[in-house]
Design a protein around this ligand. Structure first.
Ligand code: UD1
Length: 364
């Protein structure tokens, strides 16, 4: 059995790391890197640290508008699928790489499996929501992290093709969290005490591409750093560029309590996450990783796909409202002293193995 796995961005390297080893024990995997992320700290460092094998094929697509990125990935992937004729295509999550690969598989008649299927924010303004809905429609096997995802697929009439396997990112967090604690010196490097700082990330198009939203985001982070910091902010290149274009970068850099840095590899980031008092983020994956690390999260969006983190009380949706964010932060910190979240919410750490079992069972 030959399975073509297509990845392109930072979160997909993490997800594939949970599956690839299991897959290679029982089948031939052809790992394709679209090249959507190409900087060392967004790409190569994840392959090295998580033991992901080097890709068999690199498409070198790079950055561009949604249409350029998706179209270019399709144009470069199609001849590869023709040449390799895989028995199945495996895709992860909701990025442009996911959508492009799903379209190519569907048009070439290659059976398609989608991992992290059924997630919904119900906000079609998010490019990721468009990508997820389309990838789910095109896939024949829908591998879900949670029961909430199954319910979303059932509502779309796709329950028959859907299975809960658990969350593949949670597999990686369980496995590499303790390794990060032992190996990474990130806290020492930044001069941080365990439990003595906030960790923030932001890169969503809706938050950083619109100048008014970006100004509110910058203000929220500055106030959080000044009043509850230090706040460590590893900057995605997209966010750095937008802040610089808006003339906001220098002010944030100079703000008391705010520490900007380059994007971090998996282990350094996991180490900082493990010792953080709380997380502020607009990332999907980080909401879940914070939950699993027992760290309260403020989500800088109006909606989330990871509804369980909110229902359990460990995540609060605060949008870009600084007042609300600071009040919610104080409430969450108070709770943190008393309780721990239930880590089994996102599976038992065996989601990657189940993905492979379901996939091979489906193909046989
Ligand atoms: C993409 C995904 C998003 C995911 C995120 C993870 C889509 C629509 N979005 O967003 O769902 O959460 O990856 O990080 O697929 N850039 C670099 N170096 C790189 C890659 C990008 O400098 O290696 C810069 C470029 O200026 C680029 C910008 O970042 O234009 C945005 O990159 P892109 O891959 O288009 O989207 P992300 O914001 O990373």
């Amino acid at each position: 059995m030959r399975v073509m796995t297509v990845v392109g961005n930072r979160p997909q390297f993490v997800k594939a790391a949970a599956v690839s080893g299991h897959l290679r024990e029982r089948a031939t995997e052809l790992l394709v890197h679209t090249g959507q992320h190409y900087d060392r700290e967004l790409s190569a460092v994840f392959f090295e640290e998580l033991g992901l094998p080097p890709p068999e094929h690199e498409l070198g697509v790079g950055s561009g508008s949604h249409a350029v990125q998706t179209g270019e990935t399709m144009a470069r992937l199609e001849p590869l699928v023709d040449a390799e004729r895989p028995d199945a295509m495996l895709v992860y999550g909701d990025t442009n790489a996911t959508l492009a690969a799903a379209l190519v598989a569907a048009k070439q008649g290659v059976p398609l499996a989608h991992v992290e299927a059924g997630m919904r924010s119900f906000d079609r303004g998010m490019p990721e929501e468009v990508n997820r809905v389309a990838a789910d429609r095109l896939a024949g096997l829908l591998l879900c992290s949670t029961e909430a995802a199954i319910a979303n697929l059932a509502a779309a009439g796709q329950a028959a093709d859907a299975r809960v396997v658990g969350d593949v990112m949670a597999d990686v967090a369980r496995r590499f969290g303790p390794i990060a604690e032992r190996r990474s010196r990130a806290r020492e490097r930044f001069g941080l005490e365990r439990g003595g700082y906030l960790l923030a990330t932001a890169h969503r198009a809706g938050n950083v591409d619109d100048p008014a939203a970006l100004a509110r985001l910058g203000e929220l982070l500055r106030r959080a750093g000044e009043s509850r910091g230090p706040l460590v902010l590893p900057l995605h290149p997209r966010t750095r560029t937008r802040l610089a274009q808006a003339g906001l970068l220098a002010g944030l850099e100079a703000a008391r309590g705010v520490r900007l840095c380059e994007p971090l590899g998996y282990l350094d980031f996991a180490c900082l996450l493990g010792g953080a008092r709380a997380v502020l983020t607009d990332s999907g994956g980080l909401q879940k990783e914070a939950y699993l690390a027992g760290v309260p999260c403020l989500t800088l969006r109006e909606r989330t796909e990871w509804v369980e983190t909110v229902e359990s009380g460990w995540n609060r949706l605060v949008g870009l409202d600084a007042e609300l964010a600071l009040a919610a932060l104080d409430e969450l910190l108070e709770r943190r002293g008393r309780e721990r979240p239930d880590p089994s919410l996102y599976g038992d750490g065996e989601a990657g193995r189940r993905v492979v079992e379901e996939l091979l069972g489906w193909l046989s």
